[in-house]
Design a protein around this ligand. Structure first.
Ligand SMILES: *[C@@H]1O[C@H](CO)[C@@H](O)[C@H](O)[C@H]1NC(C)=O
Length: 387
């Protein structure tokens, strides 16, 4: 299953997707030949002009939750598309034809027109989010910690692990991409930033205190406060629309697993997952932390419904194939779990537009080759709006 934070998450989802296909493939074919074929497919997929418009359809219960769906991107690996406050634009990260070989930040109109790279093209760049004025964005990049190229792949001698890269957070002009301010300047992982509804506070994930924990800061990088203290990976946080709550995902390794987790983290590595990842909710000052999911497996990428009555998130549980990730909704009291998506094998990073009318997420439902993902935008039905 994929890794669970933005950066680590996206990285690992890509790697995991590849990995799943390879593992599945080895079952049927001669491993190396298959891997070579997969690689060629991927390369060809990236080289193919990305203009094919696949008809996009809603499947199963999706027709209850959505009235229409549009594929907003056409090719590449596109993930973590989050709305501007005026609900007209999306900022997302992508590995796309004609751009750097590791993630860059792009913006587009909600209908998929006017895609523009807005990161400077150096380093691995992830976790974009609009500031409230719509004129600037925040994102994380490895450009000042590892230089212009992509950061090194994790050391495979530690087994099946992924890197928690040293990355810093930046504020940049949403149109020109020019960096306006360094929000952090550290040798740690500083990423997964999203905004409070009043636009004044960033919640983010950092390793600055020796564990992956959640923090808030002002939009100029000042006034940093720590919100979580429990050992394990706390990340991927989003505010509720009334600003009172924060939802996030965490794993809680215990005993020898905890020792192993902390040892690896010191080396800048995390294990994909040997322990469940769950959805948690707390007050936005860090008080009253509660676990919302109890279904095992990997539950991540949570964000609030438009009326804050529930949480939408991605899970590999409850649909009979843990290699598939689908979107689920659960009420804020942890009850009434319901499945939302049916199409594709990956449905990740759901985020409602601020006007409550649309949901964006990433899916492979029309992908032309293994492990490619596009951003989809669906108009939500009253079932979600009134829920
Ligand atoms: C951000 O930090 C980098 C690396 O220290 C530095 O080169 C750059 O000038 C800084 N940018 C701004 C806008 O302060």
């Amino acid at each position: 299953m994929p890794e669970y934070s933005h950066t680590v998450e996206n990285e690992t989802i890509i790697e995991k997707i590849t990995n799943n296909k390879i593992v599945v493939g080895i079952g049927f074919l001669v491993g190396l030949v298959f891997i070579a074929l997969v690689s060629i497919n991927i390369i060809q997929a990236f080289k193919r002009p990305s203009t094919t418009k696949t008809p996009v359809v809603l499947q199963g219960d999706e027709t209850k939750y959505f009235t229409e769906i549009k594929r907003a991107t056409q090719g590449g690996v596109n993930a973590e598309a989050y709305w501007s406050f005026d609900s007209t634009k999306l900022v997302f990260q992508g590995i796309r034809d004609g751009h750097a070989p590791c993630d860059q930040i792009f913006t587009m109109n909600a209908d998929g027109t006017d895609v523009k790279q807005v990161s400077v093209g150096e380093g691995k760049t992830t976790c974009g989010y609009y500031l409230k004025d719509g004129k600037s964005i925040i994102y994380s990049s490895s450009m000042d910690t590892y230089g212009k190229g992509c950061p090194p792949a994790p050391d495979s001698s530690f087994g099946y692990v992924w890197a928690v890269y040293k990355m810093n957070m930046y504020k940049a002009d949403a149109t020109t991409g020019q960096i306006i301010k360094n929000l952090t300047s550290s040798d740690y992982y500083e990423a997964e930033g999203t905004l409070s509804p009043d636009g004044n506070t960033i919640v983010f994930t950092s390793t600055r205190d020796g564990d992956l924990e959640l923090y808030t800061m002002d939009t100029n990088g000042d006034n940093v406060k720590r919100l979580t203290y429990t050992p394990g990976y706390d990340g991927g946080a989003f505010f509720s629309h009334d600003g009172k709550k924060i939802v996030w995902r965490a794993n809680r390794p215990r005993g020898s697993q905890l020792g192993n987790y902390l040892d690896l983290l010191k080396l800048g590595l995390v294990e994909p997952v040997n322990y469940p990842m769950d959805i948690y909710i707390m007050n936005s000052d860090g008080s009253n932390q509660k676990k919302l999911t109890n279904i095992g497996g990997a539950n991540f990428a949570p964000s609030f419904l438009p009326d804050d009555s529930g949480i939408i998130f991605a899970s590999n549980q409850n649909h009979g194939d843990t290699r598939q990730f689908h979107l689920y909704i659960v009420d804020v009291d942890g009850k009434n779990l319901r499945r939302v998506t049916t199409g594709g094998t990956y449905n990740l990073f759901p985020h409602f537009s601020y006007d409550g009318k649309y949901l964006s997420w990433s899916s492979d439902r029309d992908a032309s080759a293994p492990h490619l993902m596009d951003v989809y935008v669906a108009k939500v039905s009253d079932l979600i709006k009134k829920n």
